[in-house]
Design a protein around this ligand. Structure first.
Ligand SMILES: Cc1cc2nc3c(=O)[nH]c(=O)nc-3n(C[C@H](O)[C@H](O)[C@H](O)COP(=O)(O)OP(=O)(O)OC[C@H]3O[C@@H](n4cnc5c(N)ncnc54)[C@H](O)[C@@H]3O)c2cc1C
Ligand code: SF4
Ligand code: SF4
Length: 468
């Protein structure tokens, strides 16, 4: 709203509460409402997703929650943060430069999920004294569930020990309180909706605005529930109680980067490893355990972050098991830091254009543009999300519509069927269901197996589908 407009009280906005967002399947569990309310907390629900508990009255909630239809969108936030960018692209937003490559110095690349750039940038900000702490997601010190949490690292060494992607729900309320309590300048690493949520919070909370100095974004396909980790553990023949540490993506330089392998360290000293393609729910594109809010997300590359990082999912990079980062820089101060490190030979990065970045995330953009438009056209109850994409029902091939419908159904079904199997202590119930759904999804999406042959005859394939 411009300052010249009269201040109108919107009763719908005032009536919006965290409970409405949760009931409408739009809560990603960021924790900003709990941080803003008196005595609000976050907890894991029975499906292994984090939700606000007793958030009560949250001042300005309508403008605070990332999924509220009354909050500023990514374009509004980015245009106030990055006012005169070199480039503006409809899919990746405002930016100064984009790169592909990896970190050359230290062990960042070896320890990171992709090219090690996210940990490098966080460590570099600390080393140069540009921030006093970096909030990111680390394994919990005490074994047991939850497996991961946000924590503030205050040295480059601490940052490095938190490297790797965690496809596991975490929340921000505890570190928001820490940032409020302990003066200093902070960087926060997060998925796109969390970075957006922090900017919305900073608009309302002057202390957060002052202390949140940089935001480091991760590209995002979707967030899984904590049950995905449990399912991995089941499929490795173990129980959660026996798990000491879980690595969702073990790096294996001898294999292509996109051949993911999960790795378990057990409390009894043993280790186990399993390739994702052996998992009943290891196809990222099928959407197992996806948070329902992700069905209504339109930001793939953290458009409101000062710098964001993803995997280079195009050849020849996806075949390089050492891992390769794609980086989008939006903040000129960070661009200087990156360019200086390239000149010093500490980073091996090549400048690329928006089209290259988009190609690396082709499936993510399909799901968050064409797929989102289609999902927005479905009838729904509760809060209606307001996105940068308009609802669109027509114009899609039948097979693509079936893929989007199947993905949503698998997400929804996986939460419920896993809950049932877990309650009855009968993993087979879930694993049989998941294997059948995977065969169906892969038949429709990739023409795989006998189901694929039938689908091909009914609806001849027109284009490929990849995981997000
Ligand atoms: C849920 C999720 C979905 C993703 N989807 C995609 C995708 O579709 N396409 C794509 O290209 N990339 C995706 N990524 C990003 C990718 O997996 C890598 O994290 C990214 O490329 C950075 O790798 P790196 O080697 O540079 O970072 P690393 O050196 O491995 O450092 C990663 C940093 O991120 C922090 N971190 C890890 N998990 C989380 C989390 N859940 N929330 C906040 N911070 C976290 C770590 O603490 C660490 O500081 C996703 C990441 C997550 C967490
Ligand atoms: S998305 Fe975040 S702010 Fe919105 S209700 Fe959920 S936890 Fe609260
Ligand atoms: S897909 Fe969007 S809503 Fe879902 S976790 Fe990623 S950034 Fe958040």
């Amino acid at each position: 709203m411009s300052s010249s407009e009269p201040h109108r009280v919107d009763p719908e906005r005032l009536a919006l509460t965290p409970e409405c967002i949760v009931r409408s399947g739009l809560c990603i569990g960021c924790g900003c409402c709990a941080a803003r309310s008196m005595g609000g907390t976050m907890r894991y629900d029975r499906l292994g997703q984090i939700k606000p508990l007793a958030a009560g009255y949250v001042p300005g909630f309508g403008e605070l929650c990332s999924f509220s239809p009354h909050a500023s969108n990514e374009d509004d936030i980015a245009s106030s943060l990055f006012q005169a960018p070199r480039f503006i692209n409809p899919l990746i937003g405002r930016f100064e430069a984009a790169f592909v490559g990896h970190v050359r110095e230290g062990r960042f690349r070896a320890h990171g999920s992709s090219g090690g750039m996210a940990s490098w940038a966080a460590a570099e900000l600390l080393k140069r004294g540009m921030v006093d702490g970096v909030a990111h997601v680390v394994p919990r010190l005490t074994p047991g569930v939850p497996l991961f949490e946000y924590a503030v690292s205050r040295s480059a060494l601490e940052v490095c020990s938190g490297a790797k992607s965690r496809y596991y729900p975490v929340e921000l309320s505890r570190i928001i309180r820490e940032i409020r309590q302990r003066p200093g300048r902070y960087a926060v690493t997060g998925i796109p909706c969390f970075i957006k949520a922090l900017h919305l919070l900073a608009k309302q909370d002057p202390l957060i605005k002052e202390r949140l100095t940089f935001t480091l974004g991760l590209f995002c396909g979707h967030m899984k529930s904590a049950r995905f980790a449990e399912s991995l553990v089941w499929q490795m023949g173990e129980q959660m109680e026996g798990v000491a540490a879980l690595d969702f993506r073990l790096k294996d330089t001898a294999r292509p980067a996109n051949w993911y392998a999960a790795h378990l360290r057990l409390r009894n000293g043993g280790v186990k490893r399993l390739d994702w393609w052996h998992l009943a729910d290891g196809d990222w594109g099928a959407g197992f355990f996806q948070n329902s809010a992700c069905n209504f997300c339109d930001d793939v590359v953290a458009e409101t972050a000062d710098i964001s990082f993803g995997d280079a999912w195009v050849e020849p990079y996806s075949s390089d098991g050492n891992g390769t980062s794609v980086v989008i820089v939006r903040n000129p101060q960070i661009e200087e830091l990156v360019r200086a490190a390239i000149a010093e030979g500490r980073l091996e990065l090549r400048e690329v254009d928006a089209e290259f970045v988009i190609r690396t995330q082709a499936a993510g953009f399909r799901q968050r543009r064409e797929g989102l438009a289609f999902r927005l056209s479905w009838p729904r109850r509760g809060v209606i999300p307001k996105k940068r994409v308009m609802p669109k029902r027509g114009g899609l091939e039948t097979r693509r519509m079936v893929i989007y419908w199947l993905r949503s159904s698998i997400s929804e079904g996986s939460h419920r069927v896993f809950w049932l199997a877990r309650s009855l202590n009968a993993p087979r119930i879930y694993l049989c269901w998941a294997s059948s759904m995977l065969a169906l999804y892969q038949g429709v999406a990739y023409s795989r197996g006998w189901l694929g042959a039938i689908v091909d005859r009914l609806f001849p394939p027109k284009g490929g589908e990849g995981g997000a």
